[in-house]
Write a protein that binds this ligand. Structure first.
Ligand code: 13P
Ligand code: SF4
Length: 346
């Protein structure tokens, strides 16, 4: 490690000691190793939002992850807490694929055809606060990859249909797990009239799937898996549910980033595990479990997650409670909180 990074790490540790339990640093599993090592809690997006809701002692929350995660922590934060993100530009491509205007428009179109009391809006955590607020206002909930199944079951107990934003693949994979027939899950393309569906399609749809996706996870293909299986016949393949249904169906296991971490931890020594998710996590797991062979299904890198580094983390700490503050407009906070609390109480 370069001398300058060593110095930054020392300064970060010193500030952490000085602030004690007034400060909490949350780090997502896709963060660089040095960031994860300096954090207080690492986790998937569900675990970190639970953590943010729990840590009432901390005045300062620093979120090392992407913007929607820090924004969710800001919605859950109490009045005496501030949330900072080391790089304000660490966004998420998928979250950007649904904007509030398009979502409202789609919701009104579907409601006009089937009646809004027949549809539960469900939103993936990877979305902005406006869309979470839309769901809260319409008695829906947020979900993450680790509780999507529960959230879908809950939603279908409320009303007969679900409108799921913005990840088509997580929505379809969850619908498949629930045994929803393929022809009752329809993609909603916001660029097309009625999302590209006819009125009768809309009436017969159980789950509307917003046409959004993660560029990191949709890179994996069944062909990649066949090639890896040929080279490593005894290996297990575990993937994230943002992958396509073809990849999920050809895998041995599927789950959130925390599920993947536990899957590797629980595998016997000597096991070969091939992972279909973001490369920073896979590299770290390979270092943490030298007695297991951990391989990427293919290199797939999230540049947004990688924007957080020692330099901008230190800058945040040196300006604690002052710079890179993540805030949420009061007019939407209340409804967004309802959607997040509905998830936390699932
Ligand atoms: P997890 O909720 O599994 O941590 O996933 C978040 C994410 O953005 C995956 O791309
Ligand atoms: Fe968004 Fe994909 Fe990056 Fe996750 S990996 S933060 S879904 S772009």
């Amino acid at each position: 490690m370069e001398n300058i990074d060593k110095k930054r790490m020392e300064k970060i540790i010193e500030i952490k000691h000085r602030l004690g339990n007034k400060l909490v640093i949350l780090t997502h599993h896709y963060q660089r190793k040095e960031i994860v090592d300096l954090g207080d809690h690492r986790g998937d997006s569900f675990g970190l939002s639970q953590r943010a809701a729990k840590d009432e002692n901390a005045e300062y929350i620093i979120f090392c992850g992407v913007h929607f995660m820090a924004e969710s922590a800001a919605i859950l934060a109490k009045d005496h807490q501030t949330v900072q993100i080391p790089d304000m530009n660490a966004g998420c491509w998928m979250a950007d694929m649904a904007d509030s205007y398009q979502v409202e428009k789609a919701w009104n179109e579907v409601s006009a055809i089937v009646g809004k009391q027949r549809v539960t809006p469900l939103v993936y955590m990877n979305s902005d606060a406006y869309i979470k607020a839309h769901c809260g206002k319409n008695n829906g909930a947020v979900c993450t990859s680790s509780n999507a199944l529960k959230a879908f079951e809950w939603a279908l107990r409320q009303r007969e249909k679900i409108f799921f934003f913005p990840d088509e693949h997580l929505g379809r994979n969850t619908g498949n797990s629930l045994g929803i027939p393929t022809n009752q899950m329809r993609v909603w393309d916001p660029e097309k009239p009625l999302g590209g569906n006819s009125e009768s399609d809309i009436k017969n749809t159980k789950i509307f799937l917003w046409k959004g996706y993660c560029l990191v996870h949709t890179r994996f293909t069944p062909h990649d898996m066949e090639t890896m299986r040929k080279d490593f016949p005894d290996a297990k393949i575990v993937v994230h549910p943002e992958c396509t249904q073809e990849v999920v169906k050809a895998s041995d296991a599927v789950g959130s980033t925390s599920f993947i971490v536990s899957y590797v931890a629980d595998a016997p020594p000597g096991a070969t595990i091939i992972i279909g998710t973001e490369i920073n996590l896979i590299k770290r797991l390979a270092m943490e479990y030298p007695n297991k062979r951990i391989l990427p299904l293919k290199d797939s890198f999230c540049p947004n997650m990688n924007k957080i580094n020692l330099k901008n983390l230190l800058a945040c700490l040196e300006n604690i409670g002052k710079t890179n503050l993540v805030t949420v407009d009061e007019s939407i906070k209340k409804d967004a909180l309802i959607a997040l609390e509905n998830m936390l109480s699932l």
